[in-house]
Ligand binder design. Structure first.
Ligand code: GDP
Ligand code: MG
Length: 451
């Protein structure tokens, strides 16, 4: 092609290849760190798969960029949006974190295994919103654990929060609905229902939860999870999610030695965001959840702000290859795509790392389907061969999508117009991805991890 652009691309390609070993080592390192932090194996695989490798384009510090990518991915997962992606379940919708609304009775039900910190968390939650001007009230629907009502009573009294419970009634659903009715009548606007737990997930617990949920029809069901349960988090969270409509998660005991990675798995399993974390036994040891510092700690990156600095350090502005500039200006063309395909073909048998050439993640080159992918690439290059210079160098979709042109391109390559449509779709997808590389241009403090 002989253009300066092609030269830049070539350089880029070389960097990518040179970086293969480093990349593989980095991925391994990240995987190990995540597993050690109790993130579910499947999610680790998905995360690593989804990490947006195209930002490694410039052959910059691969390790730092990968860290940043994993960081962003985990933050997305935790904030609800990425959780669906993690399971490859189609459309992403950003989950709003639930917060009770003033002036209406908000009924919030807490569920979780025995000892996870439900009763403690109910009080903390009530206290938190009391400070914000709500009129909370606590209902003890735990008739299973001896002394449950006394515990709640004690907590509530200390925090000056009205409470309801019974020493004689044995039906938790009945207590729950009586309590909720009472507090609705008394104009409490945040009615918190504490439920019982069991040591294990067992059918009796789930039946009871369902009955209580039916009796009080909660506006929100909060799943409380002990952070120290580790790898079991994912299954447990899924079991609760399947029984009641878990919409929020509280992770407790993050003050201990727990690594907290289970929380990420729980969030992915419930697709519900973490709203608060418990950091101690005391009523004030309760924080609104913020994903960034949490993930920072989880990955052993230390302080989040420090992390930003580190990332900014590795991308000196004067080292931006020409390609990035072109891409930043939105100049991703069919010719660039062609050159990238050619690079891939030159490399012969695909490895995961080789497919990390900018923009060519796992969808273009899924592992185990290298042969099919190669054939697909060949087919697309063949169609590009029947394009005019104008078509190769344009950034106008309108021009490319002209039916007459599409038909001619297809015919020239012995392909159907549908194949040309497929090529253009691929181009569009990659162009969009390349558009994101803009972010690499001028790293600013605070600019990363927002994605
Ligand atoms: P429940 O059975 O789910 O209602 O759990 P409890 O609220 O009774 O809590 C069980 C134990 O965990 C109690 O000793 C609590 O003080 C303790 N606990 C709850 N939350 C936290 C926390 O965030 N940090 C620590 N260190 N202990 C907690
Ligand atoms: Mg309890």
């Amino acid at each position: 092609l002989g253009t300066a652009l092609a030269g830049a691309l070539k350089k880029l390609g070389e960097h990518t290849v040179v970086d293969e070993e480093i990349m593989e080592a980095c991925l391994k390192e990240v995987t190990r760190a995540l597993l050690q932090a109790d993130v579910n194996v499947q999610y680790v695989k998905n995360i690593v798969k989804r990490v947006n490798i195209n930002e490694l384009a410039a052959g910059l510090n691969a390790r730092k960029l990968l860290e940043k990518a994993v960081f962003t991915e985990l933050v997305n997962m935790l904030e609800g949006e990425g959780a669906q992606n993690a399971q490859n379940e189609g459309v992403t919708t950003k989950r709003e974190k639930y917060a009770p609304k003033k002036g209406v009775p908000n009924v919030v039900m807490f569920v979780g295994l025995q000892g996870c910190g439900k009763t403690t968390t109910c009080t903390k939650y009530a206290h938190h919103y009391q400070k914000k001007g709500f009129k909370p009230a606590l209902v003890c629907a735990d008739t299973f654990r001896a002394g449950a009502f006394d515990q709640l009573k004690q907590n509530a009294t200390k925090a000056r929060i009205p409470f309801y419970g019974s020493y004689t009634e044995t039906d938790p659903a009945k207590i729950a609905s009586d309590g909720v009715e009472r507090f609705k009548a008394e104009k409490n606007d945040l009615i918190i229902v504490d439920t019982s737990g069991r040591h294990k997930q067992e059918s009796a617990l789930f039946e009871e939860m369902r009955a209580v949920a039916e009796a009080v029809n909660p506006d929100m069901t909060i799943f409380v999870m002990d952070s120290s349960i580790g790898q079991a988090a994912s299954d447990q969270a899924a079991a609760f999610k399947n029984t009641v409509d878990v919409g929020s998660v509280v992770v407790t005991k993050l003050d201990g030695h727990a690594k907290g990675g289970g929380a990420i798995s729980a969030v992915a399993a419930t697709r519900a965001p973490i709203v608060f974390i418990g950091t101690g036994e005391h009523i004030d040891e309760f924080e609104a959840f913020d994903a960034k510092p949490f993930v920072s700690r989880l990955l052993g990156l230390g302080d989040w702000t420090g992390f930003i600095d580190k990332i900014a350090d590795v991308i000196p502005a004067d080292q931006q290859p020409e390609l990035l500039d072109k891409l930043a200006q939105g100049q991703f063309t069919m010719r660039i795509l062609y050159e990238q395909f050619a690079n891939i073909q030159k490399m012969g048998p695909m490895s995961a790392v080789m497919s990390m050439i900018p923009g060519f993640g796992n969808d273009v080159m899924p592992k185990g389907q290298e042969k099919q992918s190669q054939a697909k690439i060949k087919r697309m290059m063949c169609m590009m061969d029947s394009m005019t210079d104008e078509e190769l160098d344009t950034t106008s979709l309108k021009l490319l999508q002209d039916p007459k042109r599409m038909e001619r391109i297809g015919r020239g390559a012995g392909r159907s117009p549908m194949d040309v449509v497929e090529l253009i779709e691929e181009y569009k997808r990659l162009a969009k991805m390349m558009g994101k590389m803009k972010g690499l241009k001028a790293p600013k403090k605070g600019g990363y991890g927002q994605s």
